[in-house]
Design a protein around this ligand. Structure first.
Ligand SMILES: [Zn+2]
Length: 414
């Protein structure tokens, strides 16, 4: 490209710098080649921008973090100055509250989990979360001036407006802007995400989705949801509710679902549906965890229920593979602990039903982060600066529009 105008050359250079900084926010510790791949910029452009950023102290050299190959010289690794910003994540579960803090090189500095009574009120949850955020920041010895914001994870639909949709897991939370409330309480920016999207962000950042451009995180628990990552970015759809795979119709004449639809996947294969079915046939009150532990101990009815759930889920996943053509499906959530008992019939069902090319392209693997996936995903929301955020009494630093500005201002304050 011939570029006559030096003004637009400068702005091109600036936007390329922003892309490099954004790539490092998403990748954490990376080689220059990985940054080039992520940004689509040439290796020489990336090298020269990184040299500038190193000189400015925005980027630092990182010693080998253990991923060097057996043969040859390991690639030189770089990261954003870890001291320049802290990202906090909060995960609201059905019976737990968890908070973690990480630096800009994606290192987790502190993490706390507390049990919380089932059916706690949203207001109480927000109060407890705010206290726990303060504890974690104190544990991580973080300078509170450097906190970029807080990611907040909820197990239910979250609209882009910040209003929480109706959820079977946190019934009292619907219809209210809780992210705004937490932002006010903490005086920090707050990003909001649902559990499946957060699982996708976390597995893409630290776990089984790392290094893949197109993958889907499937959360199999009380309900069924999916987080879709395309070109390395979370695909949220028009209103932020993409990925509701649990409400894919399997039978137009089936049972009416909690969403108002009929014959949804969840009515056959969600943890709640399986537990209900087995409770009925056993005449005792079972939950998903009990079904899983009995299946592991060899109980034939519990094993059958999980096997059939895997097949049903595979039907919906096959349709998803035809539409999205993902490289990997990462299976998380409590039902994921069933392992191959559930994954083998799921894989078989996808192999039978997806078009051959889509079925060949996809690999179906268990998640690597277990119950930490949502919490780490909430941290990643802040690290990636993903989507809209709600402001509290925003200190000047949090108003900054780009990661780079945030990084450099934080340095000035240090
Ligand atoms: Zn439904």
């Amino acid at each position: 490209m011939r570029e006559e105008d030096s003004g637009s050359l400068r702005s091109l250079r600036e936007s390329n710098r922003e892309r490099v900084v954004q790539a490092l926010r998403v990748l954490g510790v990376a080689s220059r080649a990985e940054v080039a791949r992520w940004t689509g910029l040439s290796r020489s452009t990336v090298s020269s921008i990184v040299t500038e950023l190193l000189a400015a102290g925005i980027v630092v050299d990182r010693a080998d973090d253990g991923r060097s190959s057996s043969a040859g010289r390991p690639p030189a690794l770089i990261a954003l100055d870890p001291a320049a910003g802290i990202a906090v994540g909060v995960d609201f579960g059905k019976r737990h509250l968890a908070v973690a803090a990480a630096d800009l090189s994606h290192r987790i500095l502190a993490e706390e989990w507390v049990e919380i009574p089932e059916d706690y009120q949203a207001e109480e949850g927000i109060d407890q979360a705010a206290d726990l955020v303060e504890t974690v920041l104190a544990d991580s010895e973080a300078d509170s001036e450097r906190v970029l914001g807080v990611g907040m994870g909820l197990p239910g639909p979250v609209h882009r407006s910040g209003v929480v949709g109706s959820s079977a897991i946190l019934p009292g939370w619907a219809g209210m802007p809780w992210a705004e409330r937490l932002a006010e309480r903490l005086g920090l920016r707050v990003w909001l995400g649902n559990d499946a999207n957060l699982g996708a962000l976390a597995e893409g950042t630290w776990g089984a989705g790392r290094g893949t451009g197109a993958f889907v995180y499937l959360k199999l628990a009380t309900g069924i949801g999916a987080g879709i990552v395309i070109d390395g970015k979370l695909f949220e759809g028009a209103g932020g509710t993409a990925g509701e795979i649990g409400h894919t119709t399997l039978d137009e004449t089936g049972e009416i679902c909690r969403c108002g639809g009929r014959g949804c996947l969840e009515t056959y294969a969600a943890g709640a549906a399986i537990a209900r079915m087995l409770s009925h046939s056993r005449g005792e009150d079972l939950d998903v965890d009990m079904v899983l532990s009995r299946a592991a101990a060899g109980d034939p009815a519990c094993r059958r229920a999980l096997l059939e759930a895997g097949r049903h889920i595979g039907v919906a996943v096959a349709n998803l593979c035809n539409l999205v053509n993902p490289e990997r499906i990462v299976v998380g959530g409590s039902m994921g602990y069933a392992g191959d008992l559930l994954l083998d019939p799921l894989r078989e069902s996808v192999g039978l039903r997806a078009i051959p090319s889509a079925a060949e392209d996809v690999e179906i693997v268990p998640g690597e982060l277990g119950e930490r996936a949502e919490l780490l995903g909430a941290v990643a929301l802040v690290l990636h600066d993903a989507g809209p955020a709600w402001s509290g009494r925003a200190p000047a630093m949090q108003q900054a529009a780009t990661a780079e500005t945030k990084t450099s201002r934080a340095r000035v304050r240090s």
